[in-house]
Every structure is written in C-alpha cells, then in structure tokens.
Design a protein around this ligand. Structure first.
Ligand code: TYD
Ligand code: MG
Length: 454
C-alpha cells in the first residue's frame, strides 16, 4: 500500500509530505492542512475495482425550463444575481469587515421574506438582539425573517432540515464551527467543511444559501479560495472607506452574467439603491478643471460615466511617483510610455497621480484614452471642454482602437447632458446617440487636435 503525501496547501493546491507554516510553492502562510481521508472504503483499491450504482446519462437537446427565480424587489441586487435568486443556489458575498455586508443581507432578507420566501438569517457574529435592533432602525422590524445566533453547524443544519427555508443567510462563514473537523473556527479546514455542508444542503433541499465571507487585505476571502469553487455565485461588496458608495460586483455567476454591478449608497437608514450611478459618480464635479475628464464606461450590462482625475507635478526625487486609485498601475505605466515614445511627451521628473472619483474601480481598457487625456490635461494645465466624454483603447503603437458598446456609452452621456464625445475612428458605424463626435485614429492626432501640440 502506498502511503501518500497527506498535506496540501488550500491556497494553491500544492501537495506537501509534511506540515509547515508556510507553503513554499505560493508563499502563503497558514494554508497547509492535512488531507483527511473521507471514508473508510476498501483502502488501496482503485475505485474501478468495486462496482458503484452507475449514473444517469442524458443528452444536450432536452429542454430545461429556466429556473424559477425569486425577485427581492431590490433591483440592484436582483440584477447582480442574474435576475433574482435561484432556488438551491449557493452564493458567497465577500467584502472587507465593516463595508456593509450584514446590512445588505439583512435588507435583502427582509425583502425576500416580504416577497413570500421563508428566510432564516443566522448570525455568528452578532447577538439576535443586535440584529433585531438594526432591523428595527432600518424600518424592517415587521418583515417575517426568522433570526438566530449560532455557530455550531450541526445544530444549525438540524434546524434547517426541519424548517427547509427558501433562503438561508449565514453571517459569516468564518464563524461557523463543524464539530467533525479538528481545527479552530475560521481556519481553512473549518471554512471549507462548513461551506461544503451548507452548499450540499442547498442542492439537496433546494434552499438558496448565501454565505458571508470576510476578505483579507490582499482581497482574498480569508484562506478559503476553495469556497469560491464550491458556490454557484461569488459577489464582492466593495467600496472605498470614506465614500458612501458601495458596489456589489459579481465575479462568478453560474446563473447570469459575471462582472455585473449593483450600486448602493450607505445612508443613516441602511443601504439605498442607486438607480442612476453616473449621476452619483459625477455629482460634485465642478467647473472644468485641468486634469479632470469624463470617461463613458460599461460595467456589466450598464453604461456608467465616471470622472478621471490626474495630477502631474515636478518631483524633487530621482524616482518620480506613480500613484493610482481605482485603476491598474501597470496600465498607467503603459500609457505614460506610449505618450513618451509615440507622442514625444515625457513624464520623467514628474510625479503622476491618477484617481477615479467616487471610489469605483475601473478595469476596462476602454478607459485608456480618458486616462491619457487626463494626464495630458494635467500636464499642460489646460482643461478639456466640460461637456465632452471620452473612451477608446490605446495600443502600444499609439493607435486608438474602437471598443464595444459605443452607442450605449454615447446614449448614457447624452442622457446626462453631455454634448460631444471623443472616440476612436473605425469600428462599426453606429448611431451618434445625439452627440457631436470627434473620431481620432491615433494618440498623436488627438494630442494635436485637443492640445495643439504634438
Ligand atoms: P456592517 O453591515 O455591519 O458591515 P459588515 O457586515 O460588512 O462587517 O456595516 C457596518 C457599517 O455600516 C458601520 O460602520 C456603520 C455603517 N452603517 C451605516 O452607515 N448606516 C446604517 O444604517 C447601518 C446599519 C450601518
Ligand atoms: Mg457583519
């Protein structure tokens, strides 16, 4: 009988022959756990040696009706879920501590319960009285949500088996404790076991399960990346501290589009939905200022306008600073390099700061042109026309490349009172959305046209 290596890293999956504090494959700390054999079957024999029950095979042509979804009535949440909650689905909601996960899910619990779904909210962090007080303060005191404070998973599952609710919210997965796993609550092994038990329960009984997970500073759900693979849907609740905006983003969804966002605002009365995020992100934008431009972006299925702000200042240091909030720093370096190499505009000896206003994170390459424009505008100390939006991808050659959903972006800009747009030449001919368009083939042309330099 072969004695197999019995430790593996829960972060990267590397197999180790002995335990250690740090995985030497991915350098993560405290992620190595013992692989406990699950069952006491005939050891050492391959699975094929003894016959199982067989599985049912089917074909691709069978028509499945779409899953019946429950709508909470919170549009921003329903859309991110892919059009409502799917029965039997498991969802992970991750986010920094204090960002508002419990608030969001308490409000969602109340709305789903009011929509007729039996809801159980299990808090492992707050006493029932605390949750009840919060609910009453949010005006949700009479929603038919069943509430419990518990961390012992066996007890929780026993109750769930008899109640079979339509939706169970577990806040948070890190506080759950499975007594068949020999490690402390919050450890990777515990979180993995608890998530496994709860997702299996969801599939077996057709109850939807929402797990709350706290995220570490590096943006990982503390330890258990594995949970992301077990669930059907992974949502992140994010936002900058000091900003009232909160964004619920789907990063994985077996029942809908990924990368969809829902926008909320944290108020004294809980989270308020923001139906028109562009207006919110652009609010507080004053007169045209150098370094400020408006980018017409797409988040998920929705156009969103955001303000890009740049500041360029001479530095006394030999190594100038490049600081970015809300965008990719590698992409900023690329645009600075293209501006320097293709347009002859150097940024050496200059500190560069780039900020996406409102605390939203942009990941679209379509923002390249807006970033370049903000940088140039800051460097030349010349404001762009206030009523113009920009978008377009910049290639390393300095060419501007067309991006998707041009017309949707233009329409959103029109809706918010913009009158002109600077966009890449080429691409599919489409409507102008009622804006006057300036089409540019490359960055050099853009610099010449807008700043009269080159
Ligand atoms: P919470 O939902 O407890 O965060 P999480 O579960 O992600 O740790 O939110 C806590 C924060 O939200 C807290 O700092 C106070 C703030 N808050 C409001 O501003 N208004 C409200 O109505 C509520 C309930 C919370
Ligand atoms: Mg909480």
């Amino acid at each position: 009988m072969v004695k197999s290596a019995s430790f593996s890293c829960s972060a990267c999956g590397a197999v180790h022959s002995k335990w250690s504090g740090r995985c030497d494959a991915c350098n993560a700390w405290n992620t190595i756990i013992e692989d406990v054999p699950l069952s006491a079957g005939p050891k050492g024999k391959s699975l094929g040696a003894r016959r199982g029950n067989g599985i049912n095979l089917t074909d691709l042509a069978t028509q499945e009706p779409p899953p019946p979804r429950t709508i909470s009535g919170m549009d921003e949440l329903d859309r991110v879920l892919g059009g409502g909650l799917v029965p039997g689905s498991a969802t992970l909601v991750g986010g920094d501590p204090g960002i508002g996960k419990s608030t969001l899910l308490l409000q969602a619990a109340a709305r789903f319960a009011q929509a007729g779904l039996p809801v159980i909210y299990v808090s492992g962090e707050e006493a029932s009285a605390q949750v009840r007080m919060r609910a009453q303060r949010l005006g949700l005191g009479d929603a038919p949500v069943k509430l419990a404070t518990a961390t012992a998973l066996r007890d929780i599952l026993t109750t769930l088996e008899t109640e079979t609710p339509g939706l169970v919210i577990i806040d948070s997965i890190q506080t759950m404790w499975a007594d068949n796993v020999d490690s402390a609550p919050g450890s990777v092994a515990q979180v993995r076991a608890a998530a496994h038990e709860l997702t299996t329960f969801a599939k077996r009984k057709g109850s939807s399960v929402i797990l709350v997970g706290h995220v570490t500073k590096e943006g990982q759900i503390a330890g258990p990346r594995v949970v992301e693979h077990m669930v059907d849907t992974v949502l992140y609740f994010e936002g900058e501290r000091g900003h009232q905006f909160r964004i619920l983003r789907s990063v994985k969804n077996r029942f809908g589009p990924a990368d969809e966002i829902g926008v909320f605002e944290m108020t004294g009365q809980g989270l308020a939905e923001v139906a028109n995020p562009s207006a919110l992100f652009l609010s507080g934008r004053g007169d045209p200022a150098p370094g400020s431009v408006v980018f017409a972006g797409i988040e998920g299925t929705r156009p969103v306008l955001v303000e890009m702000q740049a500041l360029v200042a001479p530095t006394p240091h030999s190594q100038p600073r490049r600081a970015v909030v809300g965008w990719d720093s590698g992409r900023l370096a690329m645009i600075l390099a293209v501006l320097e190499a293709r347009c002859g505009i150097p940024f050496a000896g200059l500190d560069v700061y780039l900020n996406v206003a409102g605390g939203i994170k942009i990941s679209e390459p379509a923002a390249d042109l807006a970033v370049a424009a903000a940088l140039l505008s800051a460097r030349e100390d010349a404001a762009l026309p206030a009523q113009a939006v920009l978008f377009g991808e910049i290639s390393l050659s300095g060419a501007l490349r067309p991006v998707s959903q041009t017309e949707n972006r233009l329409k959103e800009a029109k809706k918010l009172g913009f009158t002109s747009a600077i966009i890449p030449a080429g691409g599919k001919p489409g409507g102008t959305g009622g804006l006057s368009l300036t089409r540019m083939g490359d960055l050099t042309g853009f610099v010449g046209e807008i700043f009269g330099a080159g």
